[in-house]
Design a protein around this ligand. Structure first.
Ligand SMILES: Nc1nc2c(c(=O)[nH]1)N[C@H]1C(S)=C(S)[C@@H](COP(=O)(O)OP(=O)(O)OC[C@H]3O[C@@H](n4cnc5c(N)ncnc54)[C@H](O)[C@@H]3O)O[C@H]1N2
Ligand code: MOO
Length: 401
């Protein structure tokens, strides 16, 4: 087993040991947060016909050059209908927003801009042809790409696919997930806190984060510090899960039992310890096709490694082509005066000003176990290995949540 490896190497090992799940066909409405397995092309022009953008009158635009002209209103069109009549010079058809432009007409005058005189209207304004007309296909043309393969679908994607009348889509299957917290000292939140014990915050932060990312956890367990029973639990969960996440016991202490547990489950250990701060204590293993990522028990460390290794692995299993950390550039607000023998991740918050992205360090207290460092943050700020600190105004990498 490799140990004390770089973050990049950890990502590569995970990449080589994972593949996306099979594809299934689902109803479009169930597609939120799922990763699409095909390109989706528009099957129609949108709008599908020339339509009115306003409530008003469909006319021939050129007629408005003559200030004295009166237009005879010859018909009325509601949205969803049409008219058999043809607009000719000095005639108009009353039209509602969204209705098809009748034959002969090439513009719509808003009803606020006309004066009604019995069955005639008068217009004291010159309008151009195509005014207030949404042309067929002006939004989306038949054959346009609506959504690209491997995109995780959001509400906008679902809407644009629906605009083409597509009701079934092919997506990657949802991963089956398990979460196991470990530790004799760890209590659930409905227990009374006794001396030496702590509440199981990892369970809630990690399950919460998984939910935020749009996945479901199928099994949630807690195991005490016994490598055999942790191993048995992992082995039995591995039979029907794609990814198991554990917390605690990933370091070197006498009761840091995860490595033994993986051995007793017959798993293959892929790597242990990644050279990052916090979150170096992590073990990644494989049991048949199930990946097990064992995070540190320390809350801040566990959440950092979750973003870097678990989130990205989940994304690949559920349809992304590669395990990839999506970094963005930002300008640092605040200064870090600290040596960084390993790549360091600080919690931060992005701010936008004058078209530029800044990242402010929000973490006041630092420590692998400091859950308070997560408050108010929406990104990780990456500080390069070997640097002696980072000055305000430097261009840095951030990873947004
Ligand atoms: N001699 C060494 N000791 C430690 C090293 C080392 O390199 N040499 N590494 C340290 C670092 S860094 C970390 S991080 C931790 C990782 O420890 P473990 O992954 O084995 O985690 P535990 O010891 O089980 O727990 C650490 C800490 O977190 C608390 N904890 C555990 N589970 C939960 C939970 N579900 N919710 C909230 N808090 C939890 C636990 O009580 C401990 O306080 O090891 C260092 N030690
Ligand atoms: O390994 Mo600890 O997880 O560095 O913070």
């Amino acid at each position: 087993m490799k140990s004390h490896i770089s973050l990049q190497e950890a990502i590569e090992i995970l990449n080589n040991n994972t593949h996306s799940l099979e594809v299934e066909e689902i109803d479009l409405i169930k597609g939120i947060n799922r990763t699409i397995a095909t390109n989706i092309y528009s099957t129609i022009n949108n709008p599908p016909f020339n339509k009115s953008a306003m409530d008003g009158y469909a006319i021939i635009a050129k007629d408005t050059m003559d200030a004295n002209i009166k237009f005879k209103v010859i018909d009325k069109i509601y949205a969803g209908q049409g008219s058999r009549k043809i607009v000719t010079n000095s005639t108009a058809i009353k039209i509602m927003t969204g209705s098809p432009i009748p034959n002969g007409a090439n513009a719509v005058i808003k009803q606020e801009d006309v004066v009604i005189d019995g069955e005639y209207i008068k217009i004291n304004k010159i309008i151009k042809s195509n005014e207030n007309v949404c042309a067929e296909g002006e939004d989306i043309k038949i054959g346009d790409t609506l959504v690209k393969k491997n995109k995780k679908l959001n509400y906008a994607d679902i809407g644009i696919i629906a605009s083409s009348g597509i009701n079934k889509i092919k997506v990657y299957k949802n991963p089956s997930l398990a979460f196991i917290s470990t530790g004799d000292e760890v209590l659930d939140i409905d227990d009374n806190l006794t001396y030496g014990k702590i509440y199981n915050s990892n369970k809630y932060s990690i399950l919460g984060r998984i939910q935020e990312l749009g996945y479901e956890v199928n099994h949630v367990e807690h195991a005490n510090d016994n490598s055999k029973s942790i191993g048995e639990l992992i082995k039995s969960l591995a039979k029907d899960t794609d990814l198991i996440i554990t917390t605690g016991g990933a370091s070197v202490g006498e009761k840091d039992l995860i490595k033994e547990a993986i051995d007793s489950a017959g798993g293959e250990k892929l790597f242990w310890k990644v050279m990052i701060k916090p979150g170096s204590a992590v073990l990644c293993s494989k049991i048949n096709n199930t990946i097990v990522i064992s995070l540190s028990g320390n809350p801040a460390a566990a959440l950092t490694t979750f973003e870097l290794l678990v989130r990205t692995t989940l994304e690949k299993i559920s349809g992304q082509e590669n395990i990839e950390i999506k970094r963005e550039k930002a300008i640092l607000l605040g200064t870090l005066n600290k040596e960084n023998p390993q790549t360091r991740f600080l919690r931060g918050k992005t701010v936008y000003e004058d078209g530029k992205q800044y990242a402010e360090i929000t973490q006041i207290k630092s420590g692998n176990g400091m859950l308070s460092s997560t408050i108010d943050s929406n990104c990780l700020i990456e500080v390069e290995k070997g640097s002696k600190g980072v000055e305000e105004g430097s261009l840095i990498n951030i990873i947004k949540f």
